[in-house]
Write a protein that binds this ligand. Sequence first.
Ligand SMILES: Cc1cc2nc3c(=O)[nH]c(=O)nc-3n(C[C@H](O)[C@H](O)[C@H](O)COP(=O)(O)O)c2cc1C
Length: 377
Amino acid sequence: MQFPALSDLRKKARKRIPHFAFEYLDSGTGRELQVHRNRAALDDVLFIPNILKGTIDPDWTTSIMGQTFDVPFGIAPLGMSGVMWPGAERILAKAAARHNLPYCLSTVATKIPEDVGPHAQGNGWFQLYCPKDEEIRRDMLRRVKASGFTKLILTVDVPDDSRRERQRRANLSLPPKITARTIWEIMTHPRWAIGTLFEGPPRLRLAESYLDKAKSRSSLAHAGHLIRGAPDWDILNWLRDEWKGDLIVKGVSNPENVAPLKAAGVDGIWVSNHTGRQFEAGPATITQLPHIRSEAGSKMPIIFDSGVIGGLDIMRALALGADFVMMGRAWHYAVAAFADKGVDHLVHILKDDMRLNMAQIGAANLSDLPNCVIKPS
Ligand SMILES: Cc1cc2nc3c(=O)[nH]c(=O)nc-3n(C[C@H](O)[C@H](O)[C@H](O)COP(=O)(O)O)c2cc1C
């Protein structure tokens, strides 16, 4: 009752973690116009209530690309989750198994795939920032598959760094700079500090595991450089040949990219603008979604994210053409607030919010949502 909305979990998280960790999680780039645009556009999606529908108790079961989940939402990949809360990747993977929803591990997580995959019990997906070195790339795919991850997600909306001024002001850097301010922030958040001591300092452990190999081939000294390959269509084609499972491309917001993606043989399209962390002058993802759906046709699986904060937003995305909805920051506010109990509470909030809002508009099932939404002109 004290934490009825995601905003309450966010407030709690802000108190429990150091300022640099919160700023890393919470910030967009530039003046954060994209973050606000995502929000405003979601708010603009309205439904027309249908009356006299009796009791509404929808079944949330949703199948996507051969997997059936208990809910139509899941956990998007976040780099350095362990900065937000020690052991966050493990907590989220276990929650994914417990609630039967997907958890996508990032290439730049603080844990390696081998330490996370088994906890997700088949519900783990893996997000790839593509290393330039082909041999490292191939080995990563091998390890990911052996660790039980079933789908590969290639992120394409990070062609380079972005400035993220709030992070800079908070003095967040990799490797971390130890300053008097950082030490003070850590000391004043003892639970986070003790947890971090126990889990080990947050590091790019997957990339680090290739450092020696890379050093012997090139002068790259820092793990971050290993995964800083700006992907192109050749890389996508290479991946399509190499990865035999489902391949999803994440970070699509231009409908004109859909036909070439289909031609390249991808299995799913993930509509996202990285929740405004990369570029602030693009359109909101929700306004792009119907155009992308119409280009993709009815059969292509479409996943949606960027700015979802509750069950109503999930309904909005499903109504406008998404098959599945992912959230990134939300789960991390929840974990930072209350660890695994925070995740359970967020699942409850999302389901309850969806159920009650669907009752208001007389939608008995998720498949009714497109009939209730006011289609944008
Ligand atoms: C702190 C942070 C780190 C992220 N790291 C990654 C990443 O490593 N790989 C990736 O594909 N997306 C990354 N994303 C983007 C998310 O996967 C997702 O697209 C976005 O967070 C969804 O929006 P939401 O947070 O508003 O739900 C990151 C997002 C945040 C907030």
